[in-house]
Structure formats: C-alpha cells, structure tokens
Design a protein around this ligand. Structure first.
Ligand code: ATP
Ligand code: MG
Length: 474
C-alpha cells in the first residue's frame, strides 16, 4: 500500500508494510515516512530497545526504508494512524553530512540548483502532483466535449509563424558544415534535406486537423530561443492548442473560459491537501512583505473566486481608454506609457487591468492587426483582428488565440505584407482553397496555468527540469 492508502485505512492492529524515504527521525523513535503519494507523512514508531544500534544510525533524512508493523490509532496528535514498527529494512542509506535536503526550510533559489532532489520536498512534490492532476483535467475536458487529440510535429521546417525565436535541429557537423557555392551552410545536405527547427507552436498543423476532424487539441512541448529572463518564460514549455472548425471568436472565448475554469475546479476537487500546504507556504511568504504589497486573497480563495465569477470581456480599444486615463499612466509610473491606440500592451498594463481595474480575469479582444500574427481574422474595419488574450491576476497573459483568417486572398495578402512567401505555406493555404470555413483556436501555456493554481511565483518552479537561458543541467 502507498502511504496515501495507509493513511486512509481504519486502524485495526492489522499488519502493514510501507516503503518510502525518511523525512525526519526524532528521538530515535519517530520516523516521518513519505513515498510521494501524498504530502502527508506516515508516522512509524520504532521500538528502539529492540532495534540494533547500527540500524537506528542508518535511519537518516533521505534514506529509503521499508517498515513492517501493525497499523494502530495514533496516540499522539497530528495524525490519525501510525505504524508500530516490528521490522525495518534499510534499502538505501543517505549520508546526513552530504544530503543537501535538511529538515528545515530551504529557499526556492537553492532548491532550483538541486532540481534532481527538490521533488523530495513537501512544496515541490505538491506542485508536481497538482501538475499531474491538471494534465489529466486537460485531456478530460476535451475528450468529454468531442475533441480529438492531435499530434503535431516537434521538428518542423516551417518558421513562418513568427511566434518566437527558434532552436535549429541539424545533423550537420558544427565545425565543418557543407557549404553552397556562395558560402552559406547547405541545408539540402542536412538530415531532412532542408533546414529544420524545434516547433514554437503546433497551431498551423492544428488547423489542418480541425479541417478534417472538426475539433482537435494538441498538448506538447514548445521551444522558444528567446532571451526572456522573466518569471513567466521558459525556453521549453508545454502548450495546449485547441482548434475548432465553425467556431467564431465568441465561441472561442467561451471555450477558453470554460477550459481554464475546468482545470482549476478539477485541482480544487482533487488536491485539497496539496493546495492547503501551498496556501500556507504562500501566506508565510506574504507575511514577510510590507502590508501594501500583500496579495488580497489566499491561494484557495483566489482559485474559488476565478471559478465562480465570469471573466470580463473588454475590447482592446476600451482597454486603451482605461489605461490612458489610469493613475499609473497619468503619474508616469508605467515603464511604457500608453499614449495612443495601437500600442502593444506590456505585462504591466495587463496586470493593471486585471489586478487593479477589473479585479478579475479579463479577455481582451479585437487587437490592432499591426501587433498580431498574420493568420488572425481581419475585422470589417480593416484595422483590427479577431484576436483574444486571456489575462490572469499575478500572471498576465495565460492564453492567446484568435478566429483564423479563412479567406484565401486576404490571407495571402497578409502573408505578403509581413514578408512570408505564400509558396512556403502552400499546404496551409490549401485549407482555404478546399472547403474553407470560419474557425478558431488558442494556446494555453501549461506552466503558466500551473503557476496560477499553485501560487508559485517563478515558472522555473512548476516544471521538474526547467530550461532557460544559460541552463540545461539535469
Ligand atoms: P508573451 O507575450 O508572454 O511572451 P506570447 O504572446 O509570446 O506570450 P503566444 O505565442 O500567444 O505567447 O503563446 C501562447 C501561450 O503560451 C501564452 O499565452 C503563454 O501562456 C504561453 N507562453 C508563451 N511563451 C512562453 C514561454 N516562453 N514560456 C512559458 N509559456 C509561454
Ligand atoms: Mg513571447
């Protein structure tokens, strides 16, 4: 049985066996045993008079042990059941002098440097259990609504979307690649006979799926070689990208709202203990801050608020008016002051709208065409596109999407305007030639959602082995 199962078993002095890692060993008597199945530890009471000294010495923080004994109602407070140990087997020692995780509070920065061990802490194991539940919720949400999971390529030859800087994939020798007559690297000699990269988004291929299966979603890793050293950017992150035939922007926004709420509701239902632990952690962090900077809500309270309230819908144009008139803009407190319609919104603006003005998640829509990608549906005004971004408190943009431009000629024109050769994307344009239709989709950054549901401040702390500029260890 796992520790989680044992903790839920009524104690009847029955024999049980538990395996896991020692979190602490107090008074030569009480082992706090954890096996990752739950944030709670199982108390195992060692009979030290009957246990040889050599064995007692090997029960140290981090050691893996197997404990056999009787499950009884606990005498002490803090737990319902405990094991009265008859036999203890040490599977793997852990030197107390060398093991970096001590039974005390370590900083998240320190733990990031030992990412191979940090899942053994209470905080990180909670985060990663929640991550698993959220992942399950993603598949469940789409499956129940008739979407098909659609695998889009990780290695791609299309670089036209311009969503971000790309990592090259090549099997050419780095020190002496073949060259063309004009001296450029000759990628026709490369593995795929052309230059290839890691994908920045599966959207274009996702649209092809929607044009056949109706409603699809992708869920895969995405790579961006941009030098964004922020708490919200990774170089390798997971993205969920649904694409739906016959969906308008309004349908798309509703789906995005339902989807985000479904994930959060699922985590609230399935992970109350892990959330309580993270909530407590966050509250301790908040207490250390000056009162004016503290978050107004605890973690669980915030999640319930988002699940139980509608997301605000606000057009870009309306948002610019609000921002222009806002106090921080008037007082020159924005790093990028909002002067005129057409400005790209920075995260300081997004956060003002969400955290100060509306105090709720916000869906901004109908952005200027000039600041959005070529494939977004041009509105009748000729200047805005049917784009939408979902903005969350503390996070900023969590979802970006749009109704797609379904008109062949308009799409070709828009490609040419931004310097994309339509011939390179003839396969994409074919969807507009053969049975085109109104369709929409969006991308949710999975780690940003996990940041939101766990309250973790840094995106590097919600994926087991984060990739960011200067770091690909582990
Ligand atoms: P940002 O402006 O924050 O860089 P973006 O406009 O580049 O985001 P999109 O290309 O629209 O983002 O990608 C869709 C979603 O993927 C975003 O809403 C966000 O949740 C997530 N995302 C984008 N870039 C990253 C990144 N580098 N690391 C983690 N998540 C990301
Ligand atoms: Mg970006």
């Amino acid at each position: 049985m796992t520790v989680s199962q044992i903790l839920q078993t009524p104690p009847q002095q029955q024999p049980v066996t538990a395996r896991g890692w020692v979190r602490t060993f107090r008074s030569n008597r009480f082992i706090a045993l954890n096996d990752g199945s739950t944030g709670s530890n199982l108390q195992c009471v060692v009979n030290f008079e009957q246990t040889p000294e050599e064995v007692l010495k090997r029960i140290t923080t981090g050691a893996s042990v197997e404990v056999r004994g009787l499950l009884v109602a606990s005498q002490g407070s803090g737990q319902v059941v405990e094991i009265q140990v008859d036999e203890i087997i040490i599977h793997g020692d852990s030197s107390p002098e060398e093991f970096p995780l001590q039974p005390k509070r370590h900083s998240l920065e320190f733990l990031r440097e030992i990412a191979h061990l940090r899942p053994r802490t209470a905080t990180f194991s909670a985060v990663f259990r929640i991550r698993h539940e959220a992942q399950f919720a993603v598949h469940q949400f789409f499956h129940e609504r008739g979407f098909y999971h659609w695998a889009t390529p990780i290695i791609t030859s299309s670089d036209a979307e311009g969503a971000g800087e790309m990592f090259r994939v090549t099997s050419l020798p780095a020190d002496n690649p073949p060259r063309t007559e004009s001296g450029e690297v000759d990628f026709s000699e490369d593995f795929f006979g052309q230059s290839t990269n890691l994908t920045v988004s599966g959207q274009l291929e996702g649209e092809l799926g929607a044009m056949a299966l109706g409603k699809i979603y992708t869920f895969g890793p995405t790579f961006r070689a941009e030098n964004s050293n922020t708490t919200r950017h990774l170089s390798e992150f997971w993205m969920i990208e649904p694409e739906m035939a016959f969906y308008t922007l309004e349908d798309n926004m509703q789906l995005a709202e339902d989807f985000a709420k479904h994930i959060i509701r699922h985590v609230l239902d399935r992970c109350p203990d892990d959330l309580a632990l993270l909530d407590q952690r966050l509250q301790q962090e908040e207490q250390a801050k000056p009162a004016a900077q503290r978050q107004p809500m605890g973690l669980v309270e915030k999640l319930n608020f988002v699940v139980n309230n509608p997301f605000v819908r606000c057009s870009y144009t309306e948002a610019i008016e609000i921002l222009k008139a806002s106090k921080p803009n008037q007082k020159g407190q924005f790093a990028y002051p909002i002067e005129a319609w057409g400005a790209d919104l920075q995260s300081e603006h997004e956060r003002y709208l969400v955290e100060k003005h509306f105090q709720a998640p916000v869906i901004l829509f109908d952005y200027p065409a000039s600041i959005k990608a070529f494939y977004m549906r041009l509105n009748e005004d000729g200047t805005t596109v049917r784009a939408m971004d979902v903005l969350f408190p503390g996070i900023g943009e969590i979802i970006g999407g749009s109704q797609r431009e379904e008109r062949h000629d308009v799409l070709v024109e828009k490609m040419q305007a931004v310097g994309i050769d339509p011939h390179h994307l003839d396969w994409y344009l074919d969807t507009r030639k053969f049975g085109t239709c109104v369709h929409s989709g969006f991308g949710l950054g999975f780690e940003r959602m996990i940041q939101f549901v766990t309250g973790m401040g840094n995106i590097r702390d919600v994926i087991p082995f984060p990739r960011f500029p200067g770091s690909a260890k582990f």
